[in-house]
Design a protein around this ligand. Structure first.
Ligand code: OXD
Ligand code: MN
Length: 641
């Protein structure tokens, strides 16, 4: 068990308001006193021990109101942390320290007594790549080295938040304690946050989320861009046994908005395993066919591989209508009829900005220009934003300042915006948000897609033969690396279920959990599983498939398969569309279907061995037999090609 440190001389709270423990020279406001006094005993205990350890100058319990957010943004503007973007309605720009721009997987840990509960033990001599383990003792030391006094001179914000609609049986509540007002403003967008969550929580249990930028005031050196952070000492730790998250040193995205990756995926997946459901890195979309029949699809692609684009896609196939439930995370549970029900636990989109444009994602462009926080994008002279991809939409003659704050001109070499720069926008503003997106029981999922950026060898779409094969497709996912994490260069990385950075427990056990899900459903209700790849390239280097809205043609085939239509044929790797079955009517450019669907024997021989080696070396003893059998079956089918 990890204990927060008790500082020498600190007195027990004994039911007194937390404010009584604050340094005497800084009285907190009467309003804050009242809010703190009203906290439930469990929340107050969490705040109490954090105050003792971190010694903030003030405590603010967030009510989630628009007035609170406005006042924080005003305060951050004065402090030079954000700047308003007058071209839009209530939009703001933040520039971070360039050392704090992405998730830091190497500093992200799961804390369990037994290492094997966190990560499979790799074969001898191999480095484990499926997560980082830390012992409770090591965490205790890490906390002791970082947290005492870390919030000195700063305000501690208490953020009550719900992942999922407030009060839904599928939702869970967290309390984040942070010394970053940027985190508060962002959490208000990304989660349901504030007084009604606190009221719903009552004296119930919650996920404890502690976050500090790790720079007490006065700071030893002036923060770059007024963005305090402590990259040398960054750590993001998760304690599943205690439903606890402890994050230090980074103010950026998934490192600091603890509801997202830390809670909804890492801690979420451990809760899901215990309770018999799935917490996944998946978008959820609703799609209505020309006959008016609506279905929901969940899709797992690695970070920055187009989940937001697919979740908001404008179908080019006439008669199709797509609506968005979520673009990043799905919590899914089989109901008593064996139907997989999904909610989006988030309340906003934290999307990658570069590449987003009217051409690639017009719906996102209609979503993100009010009430949005932009981070590390470029700014235009007329108070707007700019990034790579907006060349045709923004008149650069107004003058552009890049994400470092320096003047920038198109063609100057370096990008104007950081490749992992983001918009953080309320989901409710999305013009195609699904009417059921806040449904308490979740939307019924008919199909699950796995996919990634695969420039070579992998066809546009194929269907799993059955659930077990579908689990294998998830396990064998690979993709070109992107800027969402700290990786260098473009390499094809294994990213099983798009969850490699987000597993909260041993991936071998995760596979067994997925395999066991079949038993919770019925053949008629079990979602069909597919693999998609929009990114296959021709020998000449160009993409073989136009992608974006044309992906509706793939979804059309998926839905027809869900309906049981005889439009698929067996291949070595799965069921592929029969010749002519993919609807290409009206497609504006010629597509080389032969090449798009080819299954090169040599390539797949290497692929199956690469997957086999990865799973064997990384998951070892914990790899379920069913998956070993699937590898053997694939190898045999490829040998016959
Ligand atoms: C994200 C990610 O921010 O996956 O969604 O990195
Ligand atoms: Mn993501």
């Amino acid at each position: 068990m990890v204990q927060f440190l008790r500082l020498a001389g600190a007195r027990s709270l004994c039911g007194r308001p937390v404010s009584s423990l604050l340094p005497a020279r800084r009285a907190i406001s009467q309003q804050a006193r009242e809010r703190v006094a009203a906290l439930s005993p469990k929340v107050r205990e969490f705040v109490d021990r954090t105050v003792r350890m971190c010694q903030p100058a003030d405590v603010h319990v967030c009510d989630g109101s628009a007035a609170e957010s406005a006042s924080l943004l005003r305060m951050m503007t004065e402090a030079g942390v954000v700047e308003p973007l007058p071209k839009y309605d209530n939009c703001w720009l933040t520039r971070t320290d360039p050392a704090d721009v992405a998730r830091v997987e190497s500093k992200t840990f799961i804390v369990t007594e037994e290492k094997r509960d966190t990560v499979p033990i790799p074969r001898k001599g191999r480095k484990g790549l499926l997560g980082n383990w830390m012992s409770p003792k090591a965490l205790e030391t890490a906390v002791a080295e970082r947290f005492p006094g870390c919030m000195r001179g700063r305000t501690l914000y208490v953020i009550p938040f719900s992942m999922g609609p407030v009060g839904s049986p599928l939702s869970k509540i967290g309390i984040e304690l942070t010394d970053s007002p940027y985190v508060v403003a962002s959490m208000r967008v990304m989660t349901r946050m504030g007084a009604d969550v606190m009221a719903t929580l009552g004296d119930g249990d919650f996920v404890k989320c502690l976050h500090s930028v790790g720079r007490p005031v006065p700071v030893s050196k002036k923060p770059i861009n007024n963005w305090p952070c402590n990259p040398e000492n960054t750590i993001i730790a998760h304690v599943p046994a205690k439903n606890e998250i402890i994050s230090f040193g980074s103010g950026y995205g998934g490192n600091s908005l603890l509801g997202k990756k830390c809670f909804a995926l890492r801690i979420g997946s451990t809760i899901a395993r215990r309770e018999g459901w799935l917490a996944e890195h998946m978008l959820i979309l609703g799609i209505t066919n020309p006959q008016g029949k609506k279905r929901y699809i969940a899709a797992a692609f690695p970070s920055a591989c187009g989940k937001t684009n697919l979740a908001m896609m404008t179908p080019t196939l006439p008669g199709y209508k797509l609506e968005c439930v979520g673009d990043d995370i799905a919590w899914m549970k089989f109901d008593e009829n064996g139907v997989l029900r999904a909610i989006n636990p988030e309340n906003g989109f934290f999307g990658v900005a570069p590449g987003t444009s009217t051409a690639t994602n017009p719906v996102a462009m209609q979503t993100i220009f009010s009430n949005t926080l932009f981070t590390n994008v470029a700014r235009t002279g007329d108070g707007g934003v700019y990034w790579e991809g907006l060349e045709k939409e923004v008149d650069a003659s107004v003058g552009i300042v890049d994400w470092h704050g320096d003047p920038w001109t198109p063609g100057s070499g370096a990008p104007s915006s950081h490749p992992n720069s983001r918009f953080c926008a309320p989901a409710a503003q999305c013009p195609i948000i699904d009417p059921q997106w806040e449904s308490a029981e979740g939307v019924p999922i008919s199909a699950i897609l796995f996919g990634g950026r695969r420039p070579l060898g992998v066809p546009l779409v194929y269907e799993a033969f059955n659930w077990r094969h579908g689990v294998f497709l998830g396990a064998s996912m690979r993709s070109e690396s992107t800027a969402a994490a700290e990786h260098k260069g473009k390499v094809i990385m294994h990213d099983p279920f798009a969850m490699r950075p987000f597993f909260g427990y041993n991936f071998g056990h995760y596979l067994s959990h997925w395999l066991s899900m079949e038993g919770r459903s019925t053949p008629a209700n079990l979602p069909k599983v597919f693999h998609v790849n929009w990114f296959r390239k021709a020998a000449s280097g160009g993409f073989l498939w136009p992608g974006f809205g044309e992906n509706s043609r793939v979804l059309d085939w998926v839905l027809r398969r869900v309906d049981g239509e005889d439009c698929a044929q067996e291949s070595a790797i799965g069921l592929v569309p029969k010749p002519g079955a993919l609807n290409l009517d009206g497609l504006k450019e010629a597509v080389d279907m032969q090449e798009l669907f080819s299954i090169p024997k040599e390539y797949w021989q290497q692929e199956v061995e690469a997957v086999n080696q990865y799973l064997d070396e990384q998951v070892g003893e914990d790899l379920p037999n069913e998956i070993v059998e699937e590898i053997d079956l694939l190898r045999e089918r490829i040998a016959k090609l």
